[in-house]
Design a protein around this ligand. Structure first.
Ligand SMILES: C[S@@+](CC[C@H](N)C(=O)[O-])C[C@H]1O[C@@H](n2cnc3c(N)ncnc32)[C@H](O)[C@@H]1O
Length: 272
């Protein structure tokens, strides 16, 4: 469907959605369906991970126009892909590939993007001790942590959904130093303090006090899935993003927001 390659890059649903400004409600719905189908068809290990986005200033792309030819009337000339994601190898570490394959099999669409994953791996490589994750999903974030960690560092991750937790336990069965806890993230408090903590369960992000208590001095909290903004306080969807504001101003942390792609950012908060 949208598998064709455009300038050597796999086309994906983000392209399509980005490519059709001024759409009517009906066409918007159809584009959304195309996008969903594309995500399923292409596989989550390909899209939306590492998906470049359309740029208005880029060259024309015959393959997109062919693949979604019925959208042609909406936009006569569909812009082609220009790689605006961060520069990175297209290959991922084998354990990450396994986790992405699990995501694909499960139809799980909430796994971390590769750009975030590469940041996790780089941070893991800078740490010793216990690296933790709240909200395992299909194990993609944990796999990136594992790919970067030192041999004697440990990774622990908690997932509320028992079926997911069981799948990921199997995924890491042969990986030394990895533990997948089936249960609420608060159960990881038993294992604190952490030197790195990837907070990827929505309700956990709100618990700044509890998370501050889980960190060793110098330990780093990573929170992803923010939308970059240049304003202060940070605005998201017309409102002050009080969660981000809190993380960026809490006196127990020295924090910074870092863009990992042009449409997503993470907050890094180091425990004082
Ligand atoms: C964004 S996904 C995690 C993605 C994963 N960290 C990755 O890097 O691919 C959030 C996950 O958190 C789990 N979750 C939600 N509430 C939770 C809780 N209270 N404790 C543990 N896990 C939770 C959800 O079941 C979901 O699988």
């Amino acid at each position: 469907m949208l598998r064709d390659r455009c300038e050597g890059v796999t086309c994906g649903w983000r392209f399509v959605l980005a490519a059709v400004p001024g759409q009517t409600p009906n066409s918007a719905a159809r584009v959304a369906l195309v996008g969903l189908a594309a995500a399923v068809e292409n596989g989550y290990d390909k899209t939306p991970h590492d998906v470049p986005r359309l740029s208005l200033a880029s060259v024309r792309c015959p393959c997109i126009r062919t693949d979604v030819s019925y959208l042609g009337r909406i936009r006569r000339s569909v812009d082609c892909a220009r790689l605006t994601a961060v520069s990175a190898p297209t290959e991922v570490p084998p354990i990450v590939a396994k986790a992405l394959a699990l995501s694909h099999r499960q139809g799980y669409l909430r796994s971390s993007r590769n750009e975030t994953g590469r940041l996790l791996a780089a941070l893991a490589a800078s740490r010793n001790g216990l690296l933790a994750e709240l909200g395992t999903g299909c194990g993609v974030g944990a796999a990136w942590l594992v790919s970067g960690k030192h041999a004697d560092a440990q990774v622990i991750t908690a997932e509320l959904d028992p079926a997911l937790a069981t799948s990921v336990q199997k995924l890491f069965a042969d990986e030394p130093g990895v533990r997948v806890v089936s249960g609420d993230w608060t159960e990881l408090a038993l294992h604190a303090p952490f030197s790195l903590l990837f907070v990827d369960a929505r309700d956990a992000k709100q618990n700044v006090d509890a998370l501050a208590d889980l960190m060793e001095t110098g330990g780093m909290v990573v929170l992803d899935d923010f939308t970059p903004t240049t304003s202060w306080p940070p605005i998201f969807e017309g409102r002050v993003d009080t969660l981000r504001e809190q993380w960026l101003t809490d006196e127990r942390f020295t924090a910074v927001e870092v863009m990992v792609t042009d449409d997503s950012s993470v907050v890094l908060a180091t425990r004082r």
